[in-house]
Design a protein around this ligand. Sequence first.
Ligand code: SDX
Length: 427
Amino acid sequence: MGDQVKLNAAGTEYDYPVLKGSVGPDVIDIRKLYAQTGKFTYDPGFTSTASCESALTYIDGDEGVLLHRGYPIGQLAENSSFMETSYLLLNGELPNAAELATFENTITRHTMLHEQLANFYRGFRRDAHPMAIMCGVVGALSAFYHDSTDISDPEHRKISSHRLIAKMPTIAAAAYKYSVGQPFVYPDNKLSYTGNFLRMTFGVPAEEYEVIPAVEKAMDRIFILHADHEQNASTSTVRLAGSSGANPFACIAAGIACLWGPAHGGANEAALNMLKEIGTPDKIQHYIDRAKDKNDPFRLMGFGHRVYKNYDPRATVMQKTVREVFDALKVTDPLFETALRLEEIALSDPYFAEKKLFPNVDFYSGIILSAIGFPTTMFTALFALARTVGWVAQWNEMISDPGQKIGRPRQLYTGPTQRDYVAIGQR
Ligand code: SDX
């Protein structure tokens, strides 16, 4: 008999099995709790709840560890590519050279959009937020592919996954082009996944666009850092939407909508806007004081994390990448100094130390993206581009689990008990 925990409810004792993973916290299997006790657990925000079993990504928040299929994010960021990391997340193992070449070739040949999709962009105002466009256009993809809608067929799931990973750069680049009134640039199959994205974003028909290798490498590394992150809010949204058997493109559109929030993927845009508002280091203490004030809703954007109570390992790589991009582009940005100083002051303040608030993946990313030439409104769209591989990998893992059921949480009801209708004349 494996480990058990005992629960005493109204004088009756119940045993619940403890399940062990390969690493990380054990879980108490309470699937029979309601049937046996008539009681629910209560965990708004899911701070103590494991929603599923997964073999994709492991995070140790206390140690600042992030593994994708067992490989540390620092090693992947240093040695891998976004395409190789995508293959790893989807298939469980690093590819050999032939497998990687085949995968990249497959993705490359799905980067074009159906020409009708261009019409969807023209329905938006030019100043529409790129995340609004991403929600709309990715959701619209669910109306375009009738050849692969049987999600119980692994081949249909595979082609949908490849289409989503392949088309997100084209969709995101087109959202940027639309916002600046420039023509869309079609994919160039001779380029890498990330080089192709940079050319579709910053290239113009009148000129040859030359991909700068250092920028391509930094962009590709940023994609790796954003690929997947366990059961975060947007991934849980994709899983919940997918648990009803919904169209995969529609499920990813739901994930994009959730990621947009400033508490989640929208924090990279909010963090750079915050640094711009702070401006110079002498203003930092005022904002630190505001962040500590319970009566002030202001928070340090790019700081804190539900899981990391240590430094986000992605932020470490991101900070290093800032210097590489600045050197490659021979640029600098005073906001980087402000960010470094803000981090130093915050981490020496007891409030942040006690609450274990450290910079997260969103704190430095905006400085790099801004240096490369992206407007702040594009930052979360880039996060969504990269996280699509994590979303589809998690969606595939869930759909292929024979024991998967529709997600349907219960509640603690605190509304009125039953009462009779009162005619309007008697109210
Ligand atoms: C991402 O989940 C993921 O994996 C997400 C992500 C991914 O890859 O998918 O890692 C991407 O979303 C990163 C996080 C980006 N968000 C931000 O940077 C926004 C700013 N951070 C916070 O809003 C907050 O830290 C959260 C939302 C990230 C986490 O919130 P929690 O876990 O619900 O923590 P909390 O709000 O309960 O905060 C605990 C305490 C609170 O104080 P008390 O009520 O205990 O007195 O810490 C305080 C908070 O007020 N706090 C902050 C703070 N973050 C938390 N105070 C000031 N500034 C902050 N940034």
